[in-house]
Write a protein that binds this ligand. Structure first.
Ligand SMILES: Cc1cc2nc3c(=O)[nH]c(=O)nc-3n(C[C@H](O)[C@H](O)[C@H](O)COP(=O)(O)OP(=O)(O)OC[C@H]3O[C@@H](n4cnc5c(N)ncnc54)[C@H](O)[C@@H]3O)c2cc1C
Length: 465
């Protein structure tokens, strides 16, 4: 008997380690609720995890098997399950964060002690760390070169979904509830979590959206993106299956439409780039990638941090984004960039405050992508936004949400205001604001002044101030 240990691969289809284990089954599928991982979790992600596990369990049950779940340190729990079921080999797919790598090291040692064989597979990325490097063999710190190589490489086909004959004949009880795991129900609406739901999202996007992705992805009021990030992060769908479907759409598209599809493929590469960066630099979870001569003198301002979190800064696009995050545990990418720039450059608050808030709120939080993007916005990351390039939240709002549809969806206080008023909110006097939208706050800071101060803050860090 073999165990397949599910972690961030909550599916049976296109699952490399599971397919390998099933090649010489029977396979006992296992998931372990690990307190070390759960301490960094949050209600939206635990809710999504439990729903995805429920669907995974159901798909095993339909094949006459079940999902074996346990709670505790995997290094202790897994050898026990293996012993109980006469398992001689354990399979899993790699995870690339520092925390996972340390845990896997301990699990390997425990299995070695117990005389149980084990094998780990690269599954979550098309191209694992170490396979896309500079000509000298070093990891890339600039995305564009990495992206070109990533796009040129051949991609593997999806792995087969095991049938019931390859699975252990077991019968288990139901999953724990979110409260039993120590979390409250999320206040945000969470997307459906299953391989079917992920496939539906992928189909919808490939049938309608992907060919205009290069433009459409920038406008938060439009449904121009795939909404697959939580599925990629929890593995409810495999990367090869996504690429196969995207390639089909590309085959059917004409020359112009392929630009949109290629832009999407490049974003997939971007996600893998950040996974490589974190793999080689696990300390980035808490430390800057880019070193400055002096420490960056981030401000400390609880009131402004609270206004940012609550979406009451008086900058409409920022507030809309922060409220979308609260209501949906999600935020559009363009708006994530705007709110991250606002926190780090207008409010001059440490990117770690923003990263932690996103980690607690996003259903699609992924250490590598969250951290890589926050450090990009804060001018501390790989290939980061130069410190002197500061997004203007008003012109960003006007350009990417010209009719203020996105803003009005999340900021009802501005419902009766026209787009021009909304996009010049920072230039109005108190009386004009009072008459246009009496319940919406005045800006908490002046963008032009803060931009100068932020540049000066970075120049001091560079030893130039
Ligand atoms: C400050 C900030 C924090 C972010 N935190 C996360 C996070 O925790 N988890 C996460 O998955 N993404 C994060 N992103 C990246 C991006 O915003 C989301 O992946 C995207 O909005 C998810 O929606 P989607 O699946 O519809 O995206 P789509 O536009 O359909 O993108 C498809 C896929 O491409 C990848 N991708 C897209 N944009 C980016 C990007 N900017 N960087 C890296 N990969 C990208 C993702 O894997 C995504 O699922 C963050 C971006 C910023 C600016």
């Amino acid at each position: 008997m073999r165990i397949h240990w599910h972690r961030r691969d909550l599916r049976t289809a296109d699952n490399r380690a599971l397919a390998a284990a099933a090649g010489d089954g029977p396979v006992l599928p296992v998931f372990v609720f690990d307190p070390d991982v759960l301490q960094y979790a949050s209600p939206p992600r635990v809710a999504f995890l439990l729903a995805a596990l429920d669907s995974l369990q159901e798909s095993y049950r339909e094949r006459g098997s079940d999902l074996y779940t346990a709670e505790g340190d995997p290094a202790e729990v897994l050898p026990g399950i293996a012993d109980e079921h006469g398992v001689d080999e354990l399979f899993w797919n790699h995870d690339y964060t520092g925390l996972s790598q340390e845990r896997d090291e301990r699990v390997r040692a425990a299995l070695d002690d117990a005389g149980i064989a084990h094998e780990a597979f690269h599954d979550a990325l098309h191209h694992e760390p170490g396979t896309i490097t500079t000509n000298d063999g070093d990891p890339y710190s600039v995305f564009s070169y990495f992206g070109d190589k990533w796009l040129d490489r051949e991609k593997a086909e999806p792995y087969p979904d095991p049938d019931g004959n390859a699975l252990a004949d077991i019968d288990r009880e139901s999953l724990p509830t979110i409260h039993e795991l120590g979390f409250d129900e999320p206040s945000a609406n969470i997307p459906d979590a299953s391989t079917e739901a992920a496939r539906d999202r992928l189909d919808t996007f490939c049938d309608d959206g992907i060919t205009e992705y290069d433009e459409g992805r920038e406008y938060p009021a439009d449904e121009g993106t795939s909404r697959l990030s939580q599925d990629r992060n929890y593995g409810t769908i495999g990367v090869r299956e996504v690429t196969e479907r995207v390639d089909e759409a590309r085959e059917a598209a004409d020359e112009d439409e392929r630009d949109g599809i290629d832009a999407y493929r490049r974003e997939l590469a971007f996600g893998e780039f950040f996974a490589h960066v974190l793999f080689y630099n696990p300390e980035l979870v808490v430390e800057n990638y880019k070193s400055y001569e002096n420490p960056i003198d981030w401000r400390d301002d609880d009131g402004e941090l609270r206004a940012w979190k609550e979406g009451t800064t008086g900058y409409p696009i920022v507030d809309a984004g922060m409220r979308q995050l609260r209501e949906e545990a999600y935020m559009h990418n363009r708006v994530r960039m705007i709110v991250a720039s606002f926190l780090t450059k207008d409010l001059m608050l440490d990117w770690r405050e923003g990263y932690t808030h996103f980690r607690e709120r996003l259903v699609d939080h992924d250490t590598a992508n969250d951290n890589g993007n926050w450090q990009w916005a804060a001018s501390t990351g790989t290939d980061a936004q130069p410190y002197f390039r500061v997004f203007n939240p008003m012109t960003q709002g006007e350009k990417y949400d010209p009719d203020a549809d996105y803003i009005k969806t999340y900021v009802p206080e501005l419902d009766d205001a026209d787009p021009e008023t909304i996009h010049s909110w920072n230039e109005l006097d108190d009386e004009e604001r009072e008459s246009a939208a009496p319940d919406y706050p005045a800006p908490i800071c002046e963008h032009g002044e803060r931009r100068e101060e932020a540049i000066a803050m970075f120049e001091r860090a560079r030893g130039e101030g």
